[in-house]
Ligand binder design. Structure first.
Ligand code: SF4
Ligand code: SF4
Length: 213
C-alpha cells in the first residue's frame, strides 16, 4: 500500500519536473532576439535585395547579348527553354523571334547559365513568381524579332543591374503590341514574309560555328 502511494507521488513529481523543463526552454525564447522575419511586408528592404549575389533566382535573359546559339535550350535537361530563330533570306541576318522560359518547370539547376558563353542568361535574385494564370509562368523575353548579338572577342560585356530585366515580366501582364491582353500560351511571333524558319540542321551548324568561335 505504502509503495503504491510513493509511486503515485513519484509520478506526479516527475510530471511536474519534465513539464517545467519543457516550459523553461520555451520561456527562454521570450528573452532572445528573434531569428525569423515577418515576410513579406515587414522586412527593412525587399527580400530579393537581401539575398546573396549568387542566389539562384528566376532566370533572366539579356537579349542584347544573346547570340542565338541555342546552347542553353539544348542543355536544359527538362526542356524549359524554347527559342526560335528566323533568318532574313535577303540580308542573311538571324533574329530571335522567340525566347521563352517556363519558370513553372525550371528547377534552377543553372546548367543553361553555365552553357551561355555570351553571359546573356543568368539567375536573377527574384524568386517571387506566383501568377494567377498558369500560362504566365512561361516568361516571354522576346516580343518582336530582334537581331541576334554579334559579340566581338575580348569586347567588355556591360552587365545590366541584377533583376532589372525579369521584374517587369513578373509584374506586368503580357500584352500585344496594340495593348490588348492575350493569353501567353497563344502568343505567337509571326515571321515577316521575307523571313523563314531555320531548319534544325541550319541551327545545329550555326551552333557549332558559334561554339568553335
Ligand atoms: S536552370 Fe536548369 S531547369 Fe532551369 S532552364 Fe536552366 S537548365 Fe533548365
Ligand atoms: S546560350 Fe546564351 S547566347 Fe546562346 S541562345 Fe542561350 S542565352 Fe542566347
Amino acid at each position: 500500500m505504502s509503495n503504491t502511494i510513493l509511486q503515485y507521488f513519484g509520478n506526479i513529481s516527475r510530471t511536474v519536473l519534465t513539464l517545467s523543463e519543457g516550459l523553461a526552454v520555451t520561456t527562454s525564447y521570450l528573452f532572445r532576439k528573434p531569428v525569423t522575419i515577418q515576410y513579406p511586408d515587414r522586412t527593412p528592404k525587399p527580400l530579393a535585395q537581401m539575398l546573396p549575389k549568387r542566389s539562384r533566382g528566376i532566370l533572366e535573359l539579356d537579349s542584347d547579348l544573346c547570340t542565338g546559339c541555342t546552347l542553353c535550350m539544348k542543355q536544359c535537361p527538362i526542356d524549359c527553354i524554347d527559342i526560335e530563330i528566323v533568318k532574313d533570306e535577303t540580308t542573311k541576318l538571324r533574329s530571335l523571334s522567340k525566347f521563352d522560359i517556363n519558370i513553372g518547370k525550371c528547377m534552377f539547376c543553372g546548367i543553361c547559365v553555365e552553357a551561355c558563353q555570351a553571359q546573356a542568361l543568368h539567375h536573377s535574385n527574384e524568386f517571387e513568381g506566383g501568377m494567377k494564370d498558369i500560362n504566365r509562368l512561361t516568361l516571354k523575353f522576346i516580343n518582336q524579332p530582334k537581331p541576334v548579338a554579334k559579340l566581338k572577342k575580348d569586347e567588355p560585356i556591360e552587365a545590366k543591374p541584377l533583376g532589372s530585366l525579369i521584374r517587369p515580366l513578373l509584374q506586368e501582364p503580357w500584352t500585344s503590341g496594340a495593348g490588348s491582353q492575350i493569353p501567353l500560351i497563344t502568343q505567337t511571333h509571326p515571321a515577316s514574309p521575307a523571313t523563314t524558319n531555320e531548319s534544325q540542321s541550319e541551327k545545329q551548324a550555326q551552333t557549332q560555328q558559334d561554339t568553335d568561335k
